[in-house]
Design a protein. Structure first.
Length: 140
């Protein structure tokens, strides 16, 4: 039934071995080399990501310190501006108080003069009033 030809069997085995050797040299070795290179590149990228994370953390810490320093400077500048504004307002208020005090003193002096003039006018008209009062009393 089955005839096994030793020559055909040996030639098939030789062709199979030659095919394995050719495939190993032309396909498997370059494929394995590519896969090894890819694995190495992935490992390198992972290690770079780790170093990038530390760089990012350092940069974030630097940015945070810069922001906090800027906030402190802004608060100090705001306090300085507020203090300057208060000083300016106090100066304006002081000048206005002085002006109002002078105006009040002038008003009091004018009022005193008017009071004195009224006293003099009333003093001058006192005999007329006294006479009118005496006339009224005598009629009673």
């Amino acid at each position: 039934m089955l005839d096994i030809s030793p020559l055909l069997l040996i030639s098939t085995a030789v062709v199979f071995l030659i095919l394995i050797a050719v495939l190993n040299g032309m396909l498997y070795k370059p494929l394995f080399a590519f896969m090894e290179k890819r694995d190495q590149d992935i490992q390198n990228d992972l290690s770079e990501i780790g170093s990038n994370d530390s760089e990012v953390s350092a940069l974030n810490a630097t940015a945070d310190s810069i922001v906090s320093e800027a906030r402190l400077q802004a608060a100090a500048e705001r306090e300085k501006v507020i203090a300057d504004a208060k000083k300016a307002a106090e100066a304006v208020i002081g000048a206005k108080r002085t002006e109002l005090a002078k105006a009040y003193e002038a008003f009091e002096a004018e009022l005193g003069k008017e009071r004195d003039a009224l006293k003099v006018a009333l003093g001058a008209e006192t005999p007329v009033y006294v006479e009118a009062v005496n006339a009224k009393i005598s009629k009673i």
